[in-house]
Design a protein. Structure first.
Length: 705
């Protein structure tokens, strides 16, 4: 009787903690009370998140954070350990954190699954996050077991294709301090990448041009190098100081699209296109958090970033003569090449205050971003574009529970200002958001969301620069663009059962004055026409969708199988056009965990979206991977796109009154690509706890068009 009472008391304590702290749930996988061990729930639904407790089998089978998340089968999330990507099947962004610190790829690769206490899947980001494009925030809550030192390395390398992801890290602890260094490297080198298209041009004088663009295999290559030096001074439950210096380098010397252009009644042309892109981004990130009496907390974050970029765009047209190489021996008929040198300086500062009550959490704060972008264009484009921007975001949010109803109510206010010389805009937008959640029956959760958000034109869209890509096509910026407001509502239903889980999501988004492209004929001085693409504030963009994900725990802690399906209807209402498009997608993945062996398999059809007058498709996905773990060493072998010798396909089309194009990019190198993985980790010393960081900011928009 006494033991049963202790079990009930421990369960009640766990539930009380979970409901009282809605912003940062404190639930471990197990709770020890007077020698009695009470197992935690597999998942707990909150108004803004799901709290998932990975099993021992998952931790044992996974080699890093990506693999652990894949084994957990989060609803609406697709994990690709090969590409080292975590994406939302809803189409928005996903932010990854470790103990509330914004994580990069190397952080997730260095994450040791057996240190993970829980994973907080914030699938309902509130007004707390200034980034309106976020679909989800995934936070690994980690209990570090080391001090002294910890380190590791990992690599993934294809056998016959230029495809590599590698990383290494080392951390050293002394008393309350931690010193760390991380390095990450990735490489892509393809020689079987091509772009095919059929394009029709219609001009206002009644003339038409019809082209067939036959792609040649062109080189595609890039490398990334990331270095981070970090220092952390922390006393858990009191304060946390984190300082990080980051250097991010990107170099793409080859990114060409070469084609033979066929047109009835015209000589064939050879279009030579090469792009070279370099970007160097050092940044300094300072974060401080302090806990005050009476469950209060203040956090502050300052990030300074410098982005230096160099971009070359070579575009020449030749008369085609037997081969591309021979065609380029003669003089170019047209040359639309240009180069860009850019610099951007930005400072992001943010502060948040929060207080926890028994059944209520209040938080308020603000973020201010100041930036200056200076891009110089030379060649066929001779322009000096200087953009000054600042953005102020303020918010207040309350979340809690009233009887059977859990709620989250927030209000954000955003002031955006961007100017190029005397041209630009300033606009305030209010972002109210309300979430209501109830559990009418056991293990079933229903959540209704409503929100207002702001769409802001990008720096490149606002740049007053024309880029001509051929004798018939050019693109413009538009300094007259203004922000627009989006209204969204959606319903989530989640059913968690020991044998399965089911998630169904449906919603509607309405965006009047949305920024979408227009394609307009323009008469040149020589009497010829070109089609100019230009971003404009159009009438409206409407999207309706329904999605479902079903996961079957076929054999407990051994075999999980997931099925995904989605339907989305797009409605683009332009100033002179209207288009609708229906998109379907489905996928499946499975995980088998047998002792030290793990087998993963997944397949997803190509995701397709429609915006303005264009459809764009993403990557088709297929991966089969087998891995084996021996102590701290893990090795594996896998293959992507098995049975797809054509490799990746990126389909798309544009259907406007004056310009129609169907196109597809192929990367054959990835078809039937076989790869191996290897990772090794080591550690020694006492436990170290750095506390949790709650603010994270970064800048990666260089503003180049």
């Amino acid at each position: 009787m006494k033991k049963a009472t202790l079990i009930l008391l421990a369960t009640a304590l766990t539930y009380t903690t979970a409901t009282a702290q809605s912003d940062s749930l404190k639930v471990d996988t197990t709770l020890n009370l007077s020698g009695v061990t009470v197992k935690g729930m597999r998942s707990i639904n909150k108004v803004d998140r799901q709290v998932l407790l990975p099993t021992k089998a998952m931790k044992r089978s996974a080699g890093n954070g990506y693999e652990l998340l894949q084994l957990m089968h989060l609803d609406g999330i697709k994990v690709d350990p090969v590409q080292q990507q975590i994406t939302s099947l809803k189409g928005g962004g996903v932010q990854i954190r470790i103990n509330d610190v914004k994580a990069n790829t190397q952080d997730v690769m260095a994450l040791q699954p057996d240190e993970v206490v829980r994973v907080e899947y914030i699938d309902n980001p509130g007004v707390r996050y200034s980034d309106e494009s976020l679909d989800a925030v995934i936070n690994y809550v980690v209990r570090r077991r080391y001090a002294g030192y910890v380190g590791g390395l990992s690599t993934m390398q294809a056998f016959t294709t230029g495809f590599n992801n590698s990383s290494a890290y080392f951390k050293y602890n002394h008393k309350k301090s931690e010193f760390g260094i991380q390095y990450g490297f990735s490489y892509r080198g393809y020689d079987q990448r091509r772009y095919d298209a059929t394009t029709d041009y219609y001009f206002t004088d009644g003339t038409e041009r019809h082209r067939n663009e036959v792609g040649y295999n062109s080189d595609f290559m890039y490398t990334t190098n990331f270095v981070q030096l970090s220092y952390n001074l922390a006393e858990p439950d009191k304060y946390n100081l984190n300082i990080r210096f980051n250097y991010d380098g990107y170099n793409s010397p080859y990114r060409g699209v070469n084609q033979r252009i066929e047109e009835t009644g015209m000589p064939d042309l050879y279009s030579y296109n090469e792009r070279m892109d370099k970007q160097y981004t050092p940044s300094l990130d300072i974060y401080y958090s302090v806990n005050l009496p009476h469950s209060q907390n203040i956090v502050a974050n300052v990030v300074g970033t410098y982005i230096k970029s160099k971009y070359k765009y070579l575009m020449r047209e030749y008369l085609f003569d037997q081969t591309p190489e021979q065609s380029m021996q003669s003089a170019a008929l047209n040359d639309y090449s240009y180069a860009t040198k850019g610099e951007k300086y930005s400072l992001i500062s943010e502060a948040i205050y929060s207080k926890n009550f028994k059944k209520l959490t209040l938080s308020a704060g603000g973020e201010f971003t100041l930036s200056r972008t200076d891009n110089r264009y030379s060649g066929s484009v001779g322009t000096h574009a200087v953009l000054n921007s600042n953005n102020l975001y303020l918010f207040a949010q309350a979340s809690g529970k009233i009887k059977w109803l859990t709620y989250q109510l927030g209000l954000g206010a955003n002031r955006a200002s961007i100017h190029q010389d005397d041209i630009g805009f300033e606009k305030w937008t209010f972002r109210p958001r309300l979430s209501l959640q109830a559990s009418p029956i056991k293990n079933v959760s229903i959540r209704l969301n409503g929100q207002v958000s702001q769409g802001v034109p990008s720096l490149s869209q606002l740049s007053d620069v024309r880029q001509q890509s051929s004798s018939l096509m050019a693109s413009d910026g538009n300094v007259g663009l203004t922000p627009y407001t989006s209204y969204q509502t959606y319903l989530d239903v989640t059913w968690n059962h020991p044998m399965f889980s089911l998630w169904v999501n449906g919603g509607l988004s309405y965006s009047p004055d949305a920024i979408m492209m227009s394609y307009i004929p323009e008469l040149q001085d020589d009497g010829s026409y070109i089609i100019v693409s230009r971003p404009e504030n159009q009438r409206a963009f409407i999207s309706k969708w329904t999605r479902a994900n079903f996961t079957l725990h076929a054999i407990k802690d051994v075999l999980d199988i997931s099925l995904y399906g989605a339907y989305q209807r797009y409605d683009s209402r332009g100033l002179t056009y209207r288009h609708t498009y229906n998109s379907w997608q489905w996928g499946a993945d499975a995980s088998l965990m047998l002792g030290n062996w793990t087998v993963n398999a997944d397949f997803y059809t190509t995701p397709k979206s429609f915006y303005g007058e264009s459809m764009s498709g993403g990557e088709n996905s297929s991966d089969l991977r087998v891995s084996y773990r021996w102590k701290n060493l893990r090795v594996g072998i896998g293959a992507i796109l098995v049975g797809y010798p054509q490799g990746y396909e990126y389909p798309g089309y544009t259907d406007s009154q004056y310009y129609k194009s169907h196109y597809k990019t192929w990367i054959k190198d990835n078809g039937n690509m076989i790869y191996f993985t290897l990772s090794y980790n080591f550690s020694r010393g006492r436990k170290y706890d750095a506390g949790q960081r709650k603010l994270n900011n970064s800048d990666n928009d260089n503003g180049i068009k």
